[in-house]
Structure formats: C-alpha cells, structure tokens
Design a protein. Structure first.
Length: 269
C-alpha cells in the first residue's frame, strides 16, 4: 500500500509538471534499493522505451542527477559531453533532445528523479526549471510526512495497525460528503475513531472545522495539497487555506507538526 501511494504522488506531480511547464514528455521514478532507480511513470511518451528503464547512479543524465543530488539538464542529449550515454537508445527511440532531471531529496537522501523533455534541441527556460523543482518538492513533502508519521506511530508487533485505522478514517471523511443520507453516521464513526487510540490530549480546547479536519486527515496519509484537493473536491488554494487555518489553531509551523498536534488534541486518530 505505501508503494502504491508513493506511485500515485509521483504520477500526480508529473501531471502538474507537464501542465505547469508545457513540456510534451515527463517521466520519473523512485529508488528501489537505495542504488538503482526504475522509471515507473511516463506522461506524453509515444513509445514504451522509457517505461521500466533502470537508471544506475552516475549513468546518463538521471544517474548524474542521482550522484550529485542536484538538478541537471542538457540541451541536446545525443551530443551532450558531460554525461555518459548508456541510455541513448531509449532516449532516441522517444525522440528526446533537451532534457532536465530534478532529484527528489528527503533528509539529504535522494529518493527519486523527475524528468521533463523536449523533442527539440532548445535551452531549458527558467519557468520550466521552476516547475520541475516545484513538482519534485511536492513529492519530497509527501514522502517526508509519510516517513515521519510512520516512524512516530510504528506500533508494537502485537498491537493493531493504527496506520490502517487512520487510512480508513481518512477515507471515511472523504466519503461522508458524497453520501448525504449516511453523512451523519459516517462522521459519528469518525468521531469514535478519533477517540479510539487512548492517546493523552495535550492540546485541549482546539476546535477544528470539519473541512480543516478533512484536510489534516488527507495530509496525515501523505497527500500533497493537490492530491488532497482532488480527493475532497476542493481547489488546491482552498486546501492551503484550510491547512493554514488548522496550523494556526494548533500552533504548528509545518504540516507534520500540524498532524502530530491534531492527534495530541484528539482531532485525528
């Protein structure tokens, strides 16, 4: 399940990159074993040449990006002199020329790479670069929140899986507005889950609105603002507003702090 959620976040980030940059082809992947990366998502490709390609650290543009942990770009991939050319075949099959690669870095460790490409040998502009970096940051944020929440909430081997309970809670809150005749019953079940963990309430008196709670439940599952907006039927800007409001009430400065504080206040299971 965690791998499926990571793949969904990667796919959503690539779609945003394509829309925000105008690049015809975007693709990317996450590291599988700490060394090699498999390209698992493509958008705009006209051949299967890139999908499933394994990228080794130091090899090609993506491998250089992995090794240096910073964005790398070439204006004409086939003739680029500062990268190795193990992947010229798949790149040529897709007809790519100008390519940018941006790392996904979580706590100083590269977890994956997002690519964007043109089929013409043209310089990568600042707008495209900014869009690629922003898309990578979205994936980083989702992975960081998921990692930290998982670390803090890892249950004993004999205890029930609270991660599964919390995921079910988030899904119930997403479903409630879609089923008006069952809304009150679904929210009542959510209320029972909120108090089921038995955790001490360190922040009494915090009153979150239903939508603030919905957004925090989505964030707790590792969703980015865009993903949360899609799940809840809201605009990303609206999700940001609810998140800012919840953070202010909880005295939190980051998304992770908000999730932890909400759980301490008994607003999330």
């Amino acid at each position: 399940m965690p791998e499926q959620r990571e793949t969904a976040e990667l796919r959503a980030a690539l779609l945003r990159l394509r829309r925000g940059s105008g690049l015809p082809v975007v693709f990317g992947g996450l590291l599988q074993d700490g060394r090699a990366m498999r390209i698992g998502e493509t958008c705009g490709a006209v051949t299967p040449a890139l999908h499933g390609l394994t990228i080794s650290t130091g090899s090609g543009l993506g491998g250089k990006c992995l090794a240096l942990s910073r964005p790398c770009a070439v204006t004409d991939y086939p003739s680029a002199r500062h990268i190795t050319h193990e992947y010229d075949g798949p790149v040529a099959a897709e007809g790519l020329r100008s390519v940018i690669a941006v790392p996904v870095v979580v706590r100083r460790r590269v977890r994956g790479v997002l690519y964007g490409a043109l089929r013409d040998a043209l310089p990568i502009g600042e707008r495209v670069f900014d869009a690629a970096v922003a898309a990578a940051r979205d994936v980083e944020q989702a992975l960081a929140v998921r990692d930290e929440v998982g670390r803090l909430d890892t249950p004993p081997a004999t205890a029930p899986s609270w991660e599964e309970v919390r995921q079910a809670y988030g899904e119930l809150r997403e479903l409630a507005p879609m089923v008006p005749e069952l809304r009150e019953r679904l929210l009542a079940v959510c209320g029972r889950l909120e108090t089921a963990s038995g955790a001490p309430r360190d922040l009494p008196g915090v009153a979150l609105t239903p939508r603030e709670t919905d957004v925090l439940a989505a964030v707790a599952s590792g969703a980015t603002n865009a993903t949360a907006a899609a799940r809840l039927g809201l605009r990303p800007e609206t999700v940001k507003g609810y998140l800012r409001s919840a953070m202010r009430k909880l005295g939190a400065h980051t998304r992770l702090e908000a999730v932890v504080a909400a759980r301490r206040a008994g607003a999330l299971p």
